[in-house]
Design a protein around this ligand. Structure first.
Ligand code: NOJ
Length: 567
């Protein structure tokens, strides 16, 4: 397995609007991030993934960029950004930018020109079509509800937007547009940024002819992912991006690619492909989504067997051929302790167990802000307290469909992206120490108990557990480069696996629920040399370790062979 710094790193994701406000306007900013670099260094992470900080009207919190080479005023200035980059580098931390190349804001000057007339030279930078029989050009549904098409009266045509209508899709068939993107990326690389997370990169190419999707029920719009996800030509585009721009830089890249399995992912991350270092896969994010048309909002319960199957297949298929990006949460997903753990009685135990899971897999672990203190989902009673465009569109569409309010709000409580977007809880003071002003979105009510100040002071906190996991990972080659062998594939409560390289072997035991199952230690892994590396409980007095009764959400990692000292 080829070694690389980004394989050995732990990434921390910052959603700037909710991280730390330095000037009292209720919105997180770059100076706020700078003020917390020491905190992140203490945690031990090496890379910061900074969600979009570019100039943007903010219809999708920065994923609608109106100027790629300027900083959003409320976030600060380019000088602030340069200082952040320099200060991070001083602390041996890298900065990975979030680049949105599938679409821009409808306020981007390119789009303003494009929409101004049919013969504008930039008309073709975006995807314009005539309506069909007075209706949309095709029946594709947008990710944020409704059609992907928006009518523009000025030129009597529709433009495509896979996301909100304020996010028109760029046309990657237009070479002049692609050249402009290259120029912009070179500009950021010249500044010294250390990598990119490419937003929605799987969607930059659309099917030739933009065909209608099958529509047996004759609905106004239908899901049509197959026509704009992971098409072959995306790979040509990424190869060219590498050849023309990225190849001479020692950076890390990760692409957001929904809708693929591990075999298909190798087309992006195969070591010989020269496309991306990693992709974010979504299979485990759909474990709790039903199969009805409303996708993620259609809640069903997930099972450990399915989770094991998905994660194990990514672990084994990519082994030696590509690299995993491991995550349970980000700014688009519910909080993992609420979704896969227990945000009540066992919040601490389950947060630590899930952290053990993420950090012991092969691949680069991603920590989303607040996860390291076990922040939970939020329950706002009124839709008025929600801010996310996807949530608000879903609410409105559900209302129009006549879905009972209770059903809608229940889905929102479980799945709204705002679960992850409430302000970072720094202390137990006003607004959780996030801002001295009025926060742009309400703080989670539990901030008095769940906050960084408390976590730093308690040596048994989730935070200190993460620190330990990160430091163990830095020492053990088997955790980073070792192979993965699943144990007990049919056990519905325990997730156990072995990680090993030639000279080092680890056993990971995770109890995923609040029950007390017994872990029968496999005969061939029994050894007097075993050493408990980390656990979220103290070993029980007089316990029979080879027939181990696990406590709720118990996690243990044993070193079976080797010494976990970095060569
Ligand atoms: C994925 C991003 O993570 C999400 O926040 C955003 O809304 C969409 N892409 C559109 O850019």
């Amino acid at each position: 397995m080829k070694k690389a710094w980004w394989k050995e790193s732990v990434v921390y994701q910052i959603y700037p609007i909710s991280f730390k406000d330095s000037d009292g306007d209720g919105i997180g900013d770059l100076r706020g991030v700078i003020s917390k670099l020491d905190y992140l260094q203490y945690l031990g992470v090496n890379v910061i993934w900074l969600c979009p900080i570019y100039k943007s009207p903010g219809h999708d919190n920065g994923y609608d960029i109106s100027d790629y080479c300027a900083i959003k005023e409320q976030f600060g200035t380019m000088e602030d950004f340069d200082e952040l980059l320099a200060e991070a580098h001083k602390r041996d931390m890298k900065i990975m930018m979030d680049l949105v190349l599938n679409h821009t804001s409808d306020e981007h000057p390119w789009f303003l020109e494009s929409r101004s007339s049919k013969d504008n030279p930039k008309r073709d930078y975006y995807i314009w079509r005539k309506g069909k029989n007075g209706l949309y050009p095709n029946n594709w549904e947008s990710y944020f509800s409704g059609s992907v098409w928006e009518y523009d009266a000025k030129t009597d045509e529709f433009y495509m937007h896979l996301y909100a209508k304020q996010q028109p899709d760029l046309n990657w068939e237009n070479e002049a547009m692609v050249e402009e993107l290259y120029k912009m990326i070179r500009w950021w690389l010249a500044k010294g940024v250390d990598g990119f997370r490419f937003d929605a990169i799987a969607h930059i190419v659309k099917a030739v002819g933009l065909p209608d999707a099958d529509n047996p029920d004759n609905l106004p719009v239908v899901q049509a992912y197959q026509f704009f996800s992971n098409l072959d030509k995306v790979h040509d585009m990424l190869k060219k991006l590498n050849e023309q721009v990225l190849f001479e830089f020692d950076i890390m890249t990760v692409g957001e690619t929904s809708g693929l399995g591990p075999e298909q992912a190798l087309d992006y991350v195969g070591e010989d492909r020269n496309e991306l270092d990693m992709v974010f896969q979504f299979e485990h994010m759909y474990l709790d989504a039903g199969s009805s048309g409303t996708g993620k909002w259609d809640i069903r319960s997930w099972t450990l067997l399915e989770l094991k199957k998905i994660m194990s297949s990514w672990q084994t298929v990519l082994h030696g051929r590509g690299w995993n990006a491991n995550y349970l949460s980000n700014h688009d997903q519910p909080r993992p302790v609420s979704r896969f753990g227990n945000d009540g009685e066992y919040r601490e135990e389950s947060a630590k167990m899930l952290a053990t899971f993420m950090h012991m897999l092969q691949g680069t672990p991603y920590i989303y802000q607040g996860e390291e203190i076990g922040m939970t989902n939020v329950v706002f009673d009124s839709i008025d307290d929600y801010r996310d465009v996807e949530t608000l569109n879903y609410y409105e569409q559900s209302r129009l469909r006549g879905q009972p309010e209770e059903v809608t709000m229940n889905a929102i409580h479980k799945k709204s992206r705002d679960n992850a977007r409430t302000p970072m809880q720094w202390d137990d003071g006003p607004n959780a120490g996030f801002t001295e002003g009025e926060p742009w979105i309400k703080v989670n009510k539990n901030y008095k108990d769940v906050n960084v100040k408390q976590a730093l002071a308690d040596p048994n906190s989730i935070f200190h557990y993460y620190r330990k996991l990160i430091s163990i990972r830095k020492q053990c080659e088997a955790i980073v480069y070792g192979d993965y062998t699943l144990l007990l594939p049919l056990d519905t409560e325990i997730y156990a696996f072995v990680r090993s390289v030639e000279h080092e072997k680890l056993l990971v035991i995770l109890n995923f629920f609040d029950k007390t199952p017994v872990f029968d230690w496999p005969e061939d892994l029994r050894t007097d040399e075993k050493k408990l590396m980390i656990s979220n409980y103290e070993p029980a007095e007089g316990e029979d370790v080879y027939h181990l009764t696990l406590r709720p959400y118990e996690a243990r990692v044993y070193l079976l062979e080797g010494d976990c000292v970095k060569p």
